[in-house]
Write a protein of this length. Structure first.
Length: 420
């Protein structure tokens, strides 16, 4: 461990990047505690105790939404804009050509994503502000003040987007992912305090607390194993003579991840299922209230539909992000082939078949991880401590990616990395 820190601080570039990243984290956490003026905190606290969509979004903002700070919406609009742009690139030919245009095309898509983020942020800010206005959380019910709150929230999201891009450029790791990571990790002391309070008042026994810790550790290990799991399809490249040089003639593999979709299916499914509960906060109609109660968090209907939606969205997002036809065409173009499989359409069908099978495993795994917190609460009797699903996948994924980038910086200096 001593050699680890010695190697980190011996590498000036890595040290500067780590320091820069932590400085941006401090700016983020300071912004979490700067409230939007003119908002009644007591009304917001009552809304969040009901466990609706606001409570789910508050997880990613590190508590900023429950405090209704300038970073209340976190980086969520930017993530939504990126996901929508990925879908549009897959279905709109002009955007597809722009994506293939190299660095210039990438910059244009990024610019469109930023503008789309501002639009989505303002729409989301208006919905949140209007809902709080309907519940009497705003001290001034005028439309001018509502517009002011929307502008403040949108500006906060834009600032976080800028911080995330600066971390990616000058820090270490993916800045957007690290902002979410920081927000989730910042809730850990509060969760530990809740468990300690349960022990003090006798709500749970020490054995139940140890069981909770054991389950949490096992979940982390399983998530790491599945997140790193790959199906490696062997690929052989034929020899080609171009001019006086010979190219190809080597073997490699095509890595297909078990969890290709990441955490996106869980976010989609959670948002859809929490929508009826959120609408019930603002629409006091009988059938809306009944629907919200039927699909309430922890009910059998919610749990079953949650798992089904995760499986569906996993296949949907994997189909968008992995273009099997383009992959097979590129392999054929550069003289690559899978042993025993003819290039072209047979290769495409074979890769699609393998991808469909491993996606089933990944989707079932995501569904299991997502619904496991419901059973953990029943087994250990620890309520109000969210551990599992989205948060766990984000923490593990971001930590592994950041570790890989840090190790690559170490390798470029002394070819050792962190582990000898």
């Amino acid at each position: 461990m001593g050699n680890l820190f010695a190697n980190i601080f011996a590498n000036k570039e890595l040290k500067d990047r780590i320091v820069y990243t932590f400085m941006m984290f401090i700016v983020f956490r300071l912004g979490v505690h700067i409230p939007v003026p003119g908002v009644d905190a007591s009304v917001i606290e009552n809304i969040f105790q009901s466990g609706n969509l606001f409570g789910f979004l508050d997880l990613f903002s590190g508590g900023a939404l429950s405090k209704f700070s300038i970073f209340a919406m976190s980086i969520t609009p930017f993530i939504n804009a990126q996901i929508i742009m990925q879908m549009l690139v897959a279905v709109i030919p002009s955007l597809e050509e722009l994506r293939k245009d190299g660095q210039e095309g990438f910059k244009k898509i990024q610019k469109m994503t930023r503008y789309f983020t501002i639009f989505l942020a303002f729409v989301q800010a208006f919905g949140i502000s209007y809902g709080l206005r309907a519940n009497g959380a705003l001290v001034d019910n005028s439309w001018f003040f509502l517009f002011f709150v929307c502008v403040v929230l949108t500006a906060g999201t834009c600032l976080l987007m800028w911080i995330g891009e600066k971390i990616t450029e000058h820090g270490i790791g993916n800045g957007i992912s690290l902002i979410i990571f920081c927000g989730i990790v910042a809730r850990f002391p509060e969760a530990l305090q809740t468990i300690v309070q349960y022990l003090e008042v006798g709500t749970i026994t020490p054995l139940q607390a140890l069981l909770f810790a054991a389950i949490a550790l096992a979940m982390i290990v399983v998530v790491i194993e599945v997140n790193e799991g790959q199906r490696r399809i062997p690929v052989q490249y034929a020899k080609r003579v171009i001019g006086r040089k010979m190219y190809g003639g080597h073997s490699t593999f095509l890595p297909l991840k078990v969890n290709q979709a990441g955490v996106i299916p869980i976010i989609f499914a959670s948002s859809i299922l929490m929508l009826p509960v959120t609408l019930a906060q603002f629409v006091h109609v009988g059938w809306v209230q009944a629907l919200a109660k039927f699909f309430g968090w922890g009910t059998w209907a919610n749990t079953c539909l949650y798992a089904i939606l995760i499986v569906i969205f996993t296949y949907f997002y994997t189909a968008i992000t992995v273009n099997v036809t383009e992959l097979a065409d590129n392999m054929k173009k550069y003289g690559g082939f899978i042993p025993g499989i003819r290039p072209g359409e047979p290769t495409m069908r074979y890769v699609d078949k393998v991808l469909t099978r491993i996606t089933l495993t990944g989707s079932v795994f995501l569904a299991f991880i997502a619904i496991l917190p419901n059973f953990i609460g029943s087994i250990t009797n620890i309520q109000g401590v969210y551990f599992g699903g989205t948060a766990l996948l984000i923490i593990v994924g971001v930590a592994l990616d950041t570790m890989r980038q840090a190790q690559s910086l170490m390798v470029t200096r002394n070819y050792q990395g962190f582990i000898k």
